[in-house]
Design a binder for this molecule. Structure first.
Ligand SMILES: Cc1ncc(COP(=O)(O)O)c(C=O)c1O
Length: 463
């Protein structure tokens, strides 16, 4: 319930109870057979969807409707893959046509797979050859093992605050407790911390974990142990700790140090691929890695991912010296979706237009927060960004952990959700603007944001 100025006069749970009755009932039902009541932990109460996640009924373009009929401007975008909005007609038609004309899975190659591969190679600067997989985690797992096979080395360098999927080799130090990870040692390293139980502790010896955006740490490490390093894996711009951009020269330094020491540079572009320009972060920043992983964005919302790179490295697979397998790899649904998505993304002016839409939203939020006297900054790249409630700049996980105001973010999320604007309730996720969001979506969002900031500028009710 709200007062005449749109301010909520009751707690969040009470205020949504009357509007999300069916979601609540479905959540209770789902919780009996699905752990946490949802298919991925990021959709559960523990990950911020309290008191229960809204259950969705359908999406079209930039909008979603839940089972109670509430409409949302969608900046969650399925956590990234709905880069063309929901049910883009070109991709939907391509997939349904392909399935009814060919089938779904042959266990053998076919022409549409070649079309899809050629279009990805044409779009992404660092990819000369590509293999399709089914999820980002599989793509990263392939890239890391391939790098080890190619270099015949074991050590992988990764950074705190980055996420590279759930496989044991990389499921470390995403958001570690600094008390466990400790301060940096003389080489700038932090103690690797498994991101959850069940990961074999001995894998810590195969990893080096550094702070990101810290040129000194990576330079020292490579000078000392560069000859042992198989790969440096990084998000080229970090979108798993809100949004953090590389400082000028940092990606170039990673590129030159890996080349100098015979290690591979892996850009995990699962989020950044096709996101704010067609060639991804590597095109945007002008730094070409040896291996690239792609997923969200690649298939316009269909489950597909990819690992690609130079002919030299991918040649290990071509020559049969490295076996990359998967029953569902490059299935018809995936390749039809990739091929059609690549065609849609090739439209001249598309990215320029959508970055402008996203930038207008980001600028509007920045201005409204400032007008409400709330210390906040917006970091991102047009079609993906996060609002940090912090008076300090955030350069890496340690900064985010110290400075970002989680309680404030939760209040912001609740106020926006109540007003029909959807994004992930955790501050370390982001807002995604699809390539079909419009100025009307931004206008509606900014009206909601003005009301939300007005609420946030006052102490929380009950404080
Ligand atoms: C940068 C990055 N790499 C890898 C992954 C894992 O991808 P998936 O969830 O498709 O396994 C994610 C997922 O969010 C990601 O953001």
């Amino acid at each position: 319930m709200t007062d005449e100025k749109g301010r909520r006069t009751m707690g969040f749970a009470e205020s949504i109870a009357g509007r999300t009755e069916r979601s609540r009932a479905l959540f209770e039902r789902a919780s009996r057979t699905i752990p946490g009541g949802a298919g991925s932990s990021a959709r559960t109460v523990k990950f911020g969807w309290a008191p229960y996640p809204p259950f969705m009924s359908r999406g079209t373009g930039s909008r979603l409707w839940d089972v109670d009929g509430n409409e949302y401007v969608d900046y969650l975008l399925g956590l990234g893959p709905m880069i063309l909005g929901h049910r883009h007609p070109v991709v939907t038609r391509a997939v349904t046509d392909a399935v009814s004309e060919y089938g779904t899975c042959f266990g053998l190659p076919y022409e549409l797979e070649v079309d899809a591969a050629e279009k990805v190679v044409a779009a992404v600067p660092g990819i000369e050859m590509v293999r399709f997989t089914n999820s980002g985690s599989e793509a990263v797992g392939t890239a890391v093992r391939l790098a080890r096979a190619y270099t015949r080395r074991r050590l992988v360098v990764r950074f705190e605050g980055h996420y590279h999927g759930w496989q044991d080799t990389v499921y470390w130090s995403n958001h570690p407790d600094p008390a466990e990870a400790g301060p940096a040692d003389q080489l700038g390293q932090h103690r690797p911390v498994a991101a959850g139980p069940g990961v074999p502790a001995e894998l810590a010896e195969t990893l080096v974990v550094l702070s990101w955006n810290d040129p000194e740490a990576i330079s020292k490490l490579m000078a000392e142990r560069g000859h042992e390093v198989a790969a440096v894996i990084t998000e080229a711009a970090v979108f798993n700790t809100g949004c953090i951009l590389p400082e000028p020269g940092y990606l170039e330094l990673l590129r030159s140090l890996t080349a100098e020491h015979g290690a591979l540079l892996i850009f995990d572009e699962v989020i950044t691929g096709f996101r704010f320009c067609r060639g991804g972060a590597q095109e945007w920043f002008g730094v070409t890695p040896d291996l690239t992983t792609l997923a969200k964005g690649l298939g316009g919302g269909y489950p597909v991912a990819a690992v690609g790179g130079s002919t030299e490295v991918m040649g290990m697979i071509a020559q049969g010296r490295y076996s990359h397998s998967g029953t569902y790899n490059a299935n018809v649904v995936a390749c039809a979706a990739v091929s059609a998505t690549m065609d849609v993304l090739a439209e001249p002016g598309l990215y320029e237009r959508q970055r402008a839409v996203g930038n207008r939203l980001a600028a509007g939020l920045r201005t409204l927060a400032a007008e409400a006297g709330i210390p906040a900054s917006v970091d991102g790249l047009g079609t993906v960004f996060q609002l940090w409630f912090s008076a300090e700049p955030i350069r890496n996980w340690r900064d985010a952990q110290r400075f970002a105001d989680e309680a404030m973010f939760t209040r912001w999320w609740q106020e926006m959700f109540t007003r029909g604007v959807l994004f992930h309730p955790l501050q370390f996720e982001n807002l995604f603007v699809s390539l079909v969001h419009s100025d009307a979506d931004v206008d509606r969002t900014l009206v909601a944001a003005a009301e939300a900031f007005d609420v946030l500028s006052r102490p929380p009710s009950g404080a």
